[in-house]
Design a protein around this ligand. Structure first.
Ligand code: NAD
Length: 504
């Protein structure tokens, strides 16, 4: 955090030196780019080498007030050309145009994400393609959400309408900015809401680039407003704002609780997409050749900083040694490196996150746990980068802290089980319940276990279904509540109104 500072001319902003000419130091409110009202900036650090990437605006309560007012104005359906005046089909067409433009810029968006988040280029490109796909899906769905007619008393005609909430707040984390913006802002816009987006202070560039793309695609002023800033400043002001009618929050359990409390004070609905300690259950009859890539990738993708990371691998005793040995081989072959070199595993987001993960690795050592494998860290890595060696820990007791707490780094715990009942008990035995995977050739068992797992998504003989933007997603327990993705999100981002008409 620093006082007002002009951007480093060698850095990314104001014009990022790339193909998307947004101003990285500005807020985007009511269709205009301008400095934060307080005139202050935050530093954005490149986690691959620790260098200063650029400065971003430090938006505060006054900027949030302006953004909410701009969103409210955009919803005014008496104004020619306003967002609120458009039909559902017209909204959908704009989202489809945004989708096309995101696809055209996928490589550039991946480059920005690599610089900002440390995400390997291939993964960043996949995130951009997912963003485009969300916009395509929700653009196509915008005019296909219907109410119902209700067979009510004689002399009445009754039916329901789906209407927008109004101004929706979107508070997103740094780990998958593009995907999370796509699933929440995309669905909210499709239903006719006007959005105020607060990206994470560690990762703002693709959110700002997205605003530029939306503007170029013809999204009316005020339909999307982006205010970067600190969580406790811009984020807290947004979640407490009385003009906001729905909050979509993705982030940590601790902040989720603050958001829910703020939402309660204004009696507004909130979707909480929080953390996880997701398991993959591997039974002895599983197709291990098919499972192995998923077991490892779901732990190390995005350097383990994935809410649905499979940070626990539960393995039936007869195949335990084989699974550990084969996972360990894959770990030793992982390439760790700077994001722009498109390695298997890039840096983690910050030196703070690096220290947190290192604390867990120290705990592994102090507890005398069995490190089955660690990916090598090349000597050529910049010493100022935020690198962590991907680590596979075997024979972990299910109650151990590394099998209970969300590490949010490339560390997986392998846990043995003897019976199906024990596997389910271990799988359900954390405060979280986001996602689970089940690997078995026994169809009955797969379904029986899936029904018993306490979580929002279960994948059988796969994990993640390739992102599956059509598949409703969300958690139970401390992983949150509400559903995003798929058609289900459109219900969450709208309000049902009932009309009953009395007639002869
Ligand atoms: P975080 O909770 O620290 O921050 C998330 C967002 O909240 C950021 O934009 C931040 O600025 C904002 N924020 C922080 N304090 C705030 C406050 N007092 N009021 C309002 N906003 C505030 O989370 P993080 O460290 O950025 O992200 C990691 C966490 O997110 C992990 O727990 C991860 O599992 C979770 N996550 C969940 C999902 C999901 O879909 N379930 C997806 C990605 C990440």
């Amino acid at each position: 955090m620093s006082a007002p500072t002009p951007s480093n001319p060698d850095s990314i902003g104001p014009s990022p030196g790339g193909l998307i000419p947004f101003d990285s130091t500005a807020v985007f409110i009511g269709g205009a780019w301008r400095p934060a009202l307080g005139g202050q900036h935050l530093e954005l650090i490149n986690p691959s080498d620790g260098s200063l990437l650029t400065h971003i605006a430090r938006g505060q309560a006054a900027d949030i007030d302006a953004a909410v007012a701009a969103a409210q104005a955009a919803l005014d359906d008496t104004q020619e050309g306003s967002w609120g005046r458009l039909s559902a089909a017209e909204r959908g067409r704009i989202l489809l145009r945004m989708s096309e433009r995101v696809l055209v810029q996928a490589d550039e968006l991946a480059r920005l994400e690599a610089l900002d988040v440390g995400k390997p280029l291939k993964q960043g490109r996949a995130d951009a393609v997912a963003l485009a796909r969300y916009l395509e899906f929700y653009g196509g769905a915008a005019d296909k959400v219907h109410g119902h007619s209700i067979p009510f008393a004689n002399g009445y005609t009754a039916f329901t309408l789906r209407e927008p909430h109004g101004v929706t707040a979107h508070i997103v984390p740094w780990n998958y900015p593009m995907q999370i913006i796509g699933r929440s802002v995309g669905a909210a816009l499709a239903m006719g809401n006007a959005c105020v987006l607060k990206p994470a202070e560690e990762a703002c560039l693709t959110a700002l680039a997205f605003a530029h793309i939306a503007q170029q695609a013809g999204l009316p002023a005020g339909a999307l407003n982006v205010v970067p800033g600190l969580g406790e400043e811009a984020g807290a002001a947004l979640s407490a704002h009385p003009g906001v009618r729905h909050i979509s929050f993705t982030g940590s359990v601790q902040v989720g609780a603050l958001i829910q409390a703020a939402a309660a004070r204004n009696a507004v609905p909130v979707t909480l997409e929080l953390g996880g300690k997701s398991p993959q259950l591997v039974f002895a009859d599983a197709d291990l050749d098919a499972a192995l890539p998923f077991l490892v990738n779901a732990g190390i993708q995005n350097a383990g900083q994935t809410c649905s990371a499979a940070s626990r691998i539960l393995v039936e005793r007869p195949v335990f040694d084989e699974v550990v040995t084969r996972m360990a081989e894959r770990y030793r072959a992982l390439r760790v490196g700077p994001a722009l070199q498109d390695p298997d595993v890039g840096p983690v987001i910050s030196s703070r996150q690096q220290s947190l993960i290192q604390g867990y690795l120290d705990l592994v050592k102090d507890s005398g746990l069995h490190v089955a494998a660690q990916a090598p860290l090349p000597a050529s890595l910049p010493s100022t980068g935020c690198y962590v060696a991907p680590t596979l820990v075997a024979d972990v007791a299910s109650g151990h802290r590394i099998a209970q707490e969300e590490i949010f780094g490339p560390v997986q715990a392998v846990i043995a089980f003897d019976t199906e009942a024990e596997a389910v008990r271990i799988a359900n035995g954390t405060p979280y319940g986001l996602v689970a995977g089940v690997w078995t050739r026994d169809g009955s068992r797969a379904l029986r276990v899936a029904r018993r797992l306490q979580c929002g998504q279960v994948f059988i003989n796969n994990y993640g279904a390739g992102g599956g933007i059509e598949l409703p997603f969300g958690g139970v327990k401390h992983s949150g509540h509400g559903r995003e993705k798929g058609f289900e999100a459109l219900y969450g981002f709208s309000v049902l109104k009932t009309l009953a008409i009395k007639h002869d």
